[in-house]
Design a protein around this ligand. Structure first.
Ligand code: ZN
Length: 405
């Protein structure tokens, strides 16, 4: 398996420039197009599952992160605070939870609103040592697919099971093959917040939600505020890391004094579930680039259809076909320079799933001959049918290159 850094360079997906800083990669147009398709899919998956999306800034006042406990328990992994004046210090956030607690707190909440699922694909920062940084897998600026689900204690079991279902659905669409599920528990030597009874209850709730799911238990791998379920992946070099996660937290609702009104009118404390379906865009793509060897499923391929006129005589016909495909929502490019053989080889090097060749006969008939990434060549077909074929595969988010049936 080839390292994602090499493929990232060959396919123009991202660049790491020392002038920008280590661990601060820049997504190039091809990488950004693929990421955009994945972000759009995840947002829609969450919308259908009842999530409400917000935007919040990637930095905030020092006091916010003192209250959340991050400055006490997590300062080693944060960038140092930025001081504007003696009483105005800001930090780059290491997590989105403090802002989402403020979303919850923006007004009074009733039990009828729970579970309240606050989602955001947001930026956060980790002061990783430069020695451990590489490509997209370990970075200092992280774009996390994150959400915080506020619910009652009674709702936690169903909520966690539903999150695990969404994780499986997203993995299937993206082509993620998890290496294993891990129940991360408290261990000796680390710092934790919260009392023993809450921890024991939280660990038991997660264990129950994992009933029937093969998993290992990992003492010492819990977050400082609670136990979690981690879904592990393995990279090309055999290194294991966490992609998806579900974490229980009895502590932040306490710290931020979050409450809801129960049916009798009494104020109650919600439980907070932190979850990420697909992790950070950086780690996800480091993995996807390697597991697919750059040949992404058509629905998030940077260019889905590359059109090749055989010679200049087909320029108008190809421009019309490109317009039609773009209007149908596809990512399309035209490559007219150089020999046809060289252009076909370049399309293959770029792992473009569909190449449409238009010669004089196809141009006259408003047709195109599709070649698939796996080497198959289809008979010439009407341009509308070709756009329909690619559109159907993309809409189904299939990993196959031809529609089912
Ligand atoms: Zn969180």
């Amino acid at each position: 398996m080839i390292d994602h850094r090499r493929l990232g360079r060959e396919l123009d997906l991202f660049v790491s420039d020392p002038l920008a800083g280590a661990g601060l990669p820049i997504w190039l147009p091809a990488g950004a197009a693929a990421r955009h398709a994945v972000e759009k899919y995840v947002r829609e998956l969450e919308r259908r599952a009842g999530y409400q999306h917000v935007y919040s800034p990637p930095l905030g006042k020092r006091e916010l992160f003192a209250l959340s406990g991050h400055l006490g328990y997590f300062a080693d992994e944060m960038f140092p605070p930025m001081r504007l004046s003696a009483d105005d210090e800001f930090v780059l956030r290491p997590a989105l939870c403090p802002h989402h607690a403020l979303v919850y707190r923006a007004r009074g909440r009733s039990y009828r609103e729970l579970p309240l699922r606050v989602g955001e694909l947001g930026g956060m920062y980790r002061a990783e040592r430069s020695g451990v940084l590489g490509g997209l897998s370990r970075v200092r600026a992280i774009s996390l697919n994150d959400a915080h689900n506020f619910c009652t204690l009674e709702q936690v079991g169903d909520e966690v099971r539903e999150i695990l279902r969404l994780i499986r659905e997203a993995h299937a669409a993206l082509g993620v093959r998890p290496a294993g599920f891990r129940l991360s528990l408290r261990g000796p030597g680390a710092k934790y917040v919260g009392d023993d009874a809450s921890w024991a209850r939280a660990e038991e709730l997660l264990r129950t939600a994992l009933d029937g799911v093969e998993h290992e238990e990992a003492p010492g791998e819990a977050a400082f505020y609670g136990p979690k379920i981690d879904i592990q992946i393995v990279d090309a070099a055999g290194r294991e890391s966490t992609l998806s996660t579900v974490q229980l937290d009895f502590d932040k609702p306490e710290k931020f004094d979050l409450s809801y009104t129960d049916p009798s009118g009494a104020r109650r404390r919600p439980v907070l579930v932190h979850r990420s379906l697909v992790g950070s865009m950086e780690r996800l793509f480091a993995y996807l680039i390697e597991v697919h060897q750059g040949a992404f499923p058509p629905w998030y391929a940077p260019v889905q259809l590359l059109l090749l006129p055989v010679d200049a005589g087909q320029a108008d016909a190809v421009a019309r076909l490109a317009r039609r495909a773009v209007d149908a929502g596809l990512r399309v490019e035209v490559d007219a320079a150089g020999s046809l053989g060289a252009r076909v080889r370049d399309a293959s090097r770029r792992r473009v799933p569909y190449v449409g060749v238009v010669g004089a006969r196809e141009a006259a008939a408003d047709a195109v001959a599709l070649r698939l990434r796996d080497g198959r060549a289809l008979d010439p077909m009407p341009a509308a049918d070709a756009v329909g074929l690619v559109g159907a595969v993309v809409a189904a988010r299939s990993a196959e290159l031809l529609p089912a049936g």
